[in-house]
Design a protein around this ligand. Structure first.
Ligand code: UDP
Length: 329
């Protein structure tokens, strides 16, 4: 019996596949390679190039493989793009998930762990955020992820599907081996963009707004290492395989860092002055997102290992230094 990882050529997906293979699991990866990279797929995983919106391709895969459970990363994930092109997010994230659930239901595959996001909360009522806090997304990306959660819930009632939604805070860092890491084109995430400055690909980093109601005026986020996220997916899958009920978990370190603080840590790690420039706010950004992950720790037994931002940024720097053009080098 195999685990199917959809979006397993992407950033968090590829790291999860590495951890699954390391744990001795049989892994099938499917990815349309629009934003993922074939080179990021672990050589021991069986690979299918397909789009989850293609029902025929999913049927072929489910007929060819004995799938025990699905881990679903295949989605668009940029806040800014979701505001300028919301229908792309409805198509890829919601329609794609609908087709996937139809195929899973038809083939009797009833367990799924999937990427949700801190963006489901919108502007939080309190920090740290708990899973049953109010969810009012301020961007279309978060809206589609919340709708995916609800689609799972209704499908569960009707067809017995069991699911775990993992609400990630800010994924960052790279595999300790240096073989895989974060590579987006175009890059929009803070830490890789900062590291492009010491990497010689960018002159300065833009700070999107310094007039938020935070101590230094810049947005606060909870940065969590990708390998810790990957481990949480395996724990969540095993929880479902052992009969666990539908659930939602936050995944973060529980500590918030401002954009300015992250830039300072990167200056220390790289030894580069990293010039920064204050720019207008980016549409859809809440001021502050920090997780309470106590539920994932107590229910799943999750123990994040990378709790220092310096270690996280160092692992990202290790990858970017050796792969200045991502997988194209
Ligand atoms: N950010 C920034 N400059 C950049 C990219 C991001 O100031 O060039 C800020 C962004 O506004 C947000 C934080 O950094 O407050 C993290 O953004 P990212 O896109 O990495 O993750 P998100 O929180 O959107 O998932």
């Amino acid at each position: 019996m195999a685990i199917l990882v959809l979006g397993g050529a992407g950033y968090i997906g590829s790291h999860t596949v590495y951890e699954l293979i390391e744990a001795g699991r049989d892994v099938v990866v499917a990815d349309n390679l629009l934003t993922g990279f074939r080179e990021a797929v672990h050589p021991k995983a069986r690979f299918y190039q397909l789009d989850i919106r293609d029902r025929g391709a999913l049927d072929t895969l489910f007929q060819a493989e004995q799938i025990d459970g699905v881990i679903h990363f295949a989605a668009s994930s940029q806040v800014g793009e979701s505001m300028s092109n919301p229908l792309k997010y409805y198509d890829n994230n919601l329609y794609g998930t609908m087709v996937l659930l139809q195929a899973m239901t038809a083939h009797g595959v009833d367990k799924i762990v999937f990427s949700s996001t801190a963006a489901t909360y919108g502007e939080p009522e309190r920090v740290p955020i708990l899973e049953d806090d109010r969810t009012v997304p301020t961007n279309c990306y978060g809206e589609t992820k919340l709708s995916m959660e609800r689609m799972m819930s209704w499908t569960s009632r009707a067809h017995g599907l069991r699911y775990v939604a993992l609400r990630y805070f800010n994924a960052c860092g790279a595999h300790p081996s240096g073989t895989i890491g974060e590579a987006h084109d175009p890059e929009t995430h803070l830490i890789p963009l900062i590291l492009q400055v010491p990497g010689g690909k960018r002159e300065k980093i833009s700070i999107f707004g310094d007039d938020y109601s935070t101590p230094d005026g810049t947005c606060i986020r909870d940065y969590i290492h990708v390998t810790d996220l990957a481990q949480a997916h395996i724990l969540a899958l095993d929880y479902l395989l052992h009969g666990g009920e539908n659930n939602v978990f936050n995944l973060g370190n529980g500590v918030g860092f401002s954009v300015k603080q992250v830039i300072d840590v990167a200056r220390k790690v790289t030894g580069h002055p990293i010039p920064a420039e204050i720019c207008p706010r980016r549409a859809g950004d809440p001021a502050q997102l920090v997780a309470s992950s106590e539920k994932a720790k107590s229910v799943l037994g999750w123990k994040p290992e990378y709790d220092s931002l310096e270690t996280i940024v160092s692992s990202a720097w290790n990858w970017h230094k050796s792969h200045p053009n991502g997988y194209n080098t």
